[in-house]
Design a protein around this ligand. Structure first.
Ligand code: HEM
Length: 361
């Protein structure tokens, strides 16, 4: 092999990569067979985390501009889709690790203390770059999530809390959505009117239904009031602020309106890609939650009710963390506020025209 030709093993630095599986058990006695799987699965995760960070960084770069170049939308969508596909792999990888039985794990688990996946700095980088809020994090035995990091990892991860996250940039991009106000059309007013008309129509149906007793009518009318209350939380900017302060909603009022607009009119050509983007953010959010629950189930199966090697309450801590660690939950809340296509406010011809793709000779 001539020297100037690139060699497969050199290009991939396989000497480093394949020389990096040191069995802790072998330092204490005979090597435990399944520890190799344990190490390789964790290393594979870290490699994929690196790829995910690479993709998030590029999307942050594209969306960090004052105006997102239309040509970059397709690139951003393709990269978010790649993250979502990687997540599918990450979830299915758990079942490979589960071919190791709890008894096999006990053969080397004691050698791992106090190391834990809790110390995966790259996992925290992903969370912070996506936009997980510091206030939504759980404490582990009274200590914050970076408490078990080396100084270097701590500085790297904490610094990201002050950087614009994917959530922040998506929120700003949503706030810039055109068409919400166009000449004398105001989407929010028109939407509010459509919702109120629908609720009033449903109310009349109940009130005039001869088959319902008075008590049944009262019960059903009370349900409408509850629905109306939910809508008030988004119609009334002050109530929306209260919802945000209480942590039940996160997007700004304007960004929430834009996300609803995109979702309602997603068939319009100009909104198809923005809608795809919102869907992918939900896919990514949902897949991380699925991974967290799946990981918690695996931990329960492996260690039962024992504490984790990092000192947490084990599976119980992990389930709680899964429920708390959502970033784009507002996008899931949108479904509460959708109206059927037939009830959507009719968009003025000028907006429809502006949202069309057209080729003219
Ligand atoms: C035998 C397999 C595994 C068991 C029993 C296990 C168990 C645990 C437990 C109990 C915790 C809570 C912290 C602690 O007390 O240590 C934890 C955290 C964590 N583990 Fe695992 N784990 C396993 C495999 C993995 C793998 C393959 C990954 C992939 C990187 C991983 C990533 C994480 C992460 C990121 C956390 C922090 C989660 C959070 O704080 O919400 N774990 N693990």
């Amino acid at each position: 092999m001539s020297e100037q030709h690139l060699y497969y093993g050199d290009y991939l630095q396989l000497d480093k990569l394949l020389g990096a599986q040191t069995l802790e058990s072998a330092k204490h006695g005979p090597p435990v067979h399944d520890e190799m799987l344990f190490i390789i699965v964790h290393q594979a995760y870290e490699l994929w985390f690196k790829q995910i960070i690479w993709e998030i960084d590029s999307v942050i770069e594209l969306f960090g501009q004052d105006v997102v170049d239309e040509q970059n939308m397709g690139t951003a969508i393709a990269r978010l889709r790649r993250i979502s596909r990687i997540q599918t792999l990450l979830i299915s990888q758990i079942s490979v690790l589960e071919t190791m039985t709890p008894l096999d794990f006990l053969d080397f688990r004691d050698y791992l203390f106090p190391a834990s996946g809790f110390q995966s700095a790259q996992f925290r980088v992903v969370e912070n770059k996506l936009g997980l809020l510091p206030g939504d994090r759980l404490f582990l035995a009274g200590a914050e999530y970076t408490s078990r990091f080396s100084d270097e990892d701590k500085i790297r991860v904490k610094a990201l809390e002050d950087e614009p996250s994917l959530f922040d940039l998506m929120e700003r991009w949503l706030e810039r959505t055109p068409f919400l106000d166009y000449e004398d059309f105001h989407f929010w007013e028109a939407y509010r009117h459509a919702v109120q008309s629908r609720i009033e129509a449903d109310r009349t149906v109940v009130q005039t239904n001869p088959n319902l007793s008075d008590a049944e009518k009262q019960a059903q009318l009370k349900d409408f009031d509850l629905v109306l209350n939910q809508y008030e939380a988004i119609f009334d900017p002050d109530k929306h602020t209260l919802e945000r302060d209480a942590g039940r909603l996160r997007l700004s009022h304007r960004a929430f309106q834009a996300a609803l607009f995109i979702t309602l009119y997603r068939d319009q050509p100009a909104l198809q890609e923005p809608f795809r983007l919102l869907e992918l953010l939900m896919d990514i959010d949902e897949s991380f939650t699925t991974w967290r629950h799946r990981h918690a189930q695996m931990a329960l199966r492996m260690i039962g009710r024992r504490i984790g090697t990092g000192g947490s309450a084990g599976a119980k801590y992990l389930e709680k963390s899964a429920d708390r660690s959502r970033v784009f939950s507002d996008l899931f809340s949108l479904s509460t506020f959708l109206v059927p296509r037939a009830d959507r406010p009719i968009l003025p011809a000028g907006i429809l025209d502006a949202m069309r793709f057209r080729y003219e000779e």
